[in-house]
Write a new protein. Structure first.
Length: 271
């Protein structure tokens, strides 16, 4: 298949189960780069076997790591995917058709729609999982990732487009893996809050869980996805509450920062 002057870039850590599918889903990319932060499984070997150049780099946090990854790309146009994401044939065909014109234009980025597979099956109604718009294709000189530890987004000031077809996200193969991810993401988010000295609003605590659950279960239509929708809404509500409890602990007991960091490293949750 003819290639286009686009770099696919993926940041990884122990993604042996996912990385081949991700890389192989973008056959038109002239370059594939994997930024690995110390995988102890076969991620690196598999990535190399599937045509990627692997760069080893210590973990900086999601935003800074993605910005470093941008500096390692040979082409100005970059497609950023996570290892557990992959293009569908429909999106691959759309990109092959539209990329030449997009790259010749003055746009900064293109939004792709992400569809989520949860508990082994696609979500059918839950709105954030049914085509969530994410800026993942961008010009390296016109866009930059936010320098945050987690929940990073692409920042740019200029024109953009939205593609029609979706790419897939295998959202945690099991609930234990999802809970581990939630624990890590909450810790990273709270560290960002601490650095910015975000005000504590303890009065919010009793209302966060029911309001978040109501928003996701009813307003975002998780209720139509059956019991999997209930799990999604409950997980989102629990995460919202836990972040605030953990941030309160960081503020009132600073020693917990070091002890928690040691525990997360010891159990392989952080790096």
């Amino acid at each position: 298949m003819p290639t286009l002057p686009v770099t696919l870039v993926v940041i990884t850590y122990n993604e042996a189960n996912n990385i081949a599918r991700c890389l192989d889903s973008v056959p038109f990319a002239a370059e594939k780069v994997v930024i690995d932060s110390g995988s102890t499984d076969d991620t690196v070997a598999i990535a190399q076997a599937h045509g990627a150049r692997v760069v080893h780099h210590a973990w900086l946090g999601f935003g800074p790591q993605r910005n470093f990854a941008t500096t390692q790309c040979s082409h100005e146009w970059i497609l950023a995917l996570d290892a557990d994401e992959y293009l569908t044939p429909a999106l691959c065909a759309e990109l092959e058709q539209r990329l030449p014109a997009l790259m010749a234009s003055n746009i900064c980025a293109a939004y792709l729609r992400r569809a989520t597979i949860f508990m082994g099956a696609p979500m059918r109604w839950y709105l954030p999982a049914m085509g969530e718009k994410m800026a993942r294709l961008f010009h390296s000189g016109r866009a930059r990732w936010a320098d945050v530890r987690v929940h990073e987004s692409l920042r740019f000031n200029g024109p953009s487009v939205t593609l029609k077809a979706a790419f897939n996200h295998e959202n945690n193969p099991s609930l234990p893996e999802k809970q581990v991810k939630i624990l890590r993401y909450a810790e990273l988010k709270c560290r960002d809050w601490l650095e910015k000295n975000k005000p504590l609003r303890l009065w919010e605590m009793p209302f966060v869980y029911p309001l978040t659950f109501f928003k996701d279960y009813f307003l975002r239509l998780a209720c139509l996805d059956g019991w999997r929708g209930f799990v999604v809404a409950e997980t989102a509500a629990s995460y919202a509450v836990y972040k605030r409890m953990r941030y309160y602990e960081m503020k009132c007991n600073p020693a917990s920062l070091e002890s928690a960091a040691d525990a997360l490293l010891r159990h392989g949750i952080d790096r």
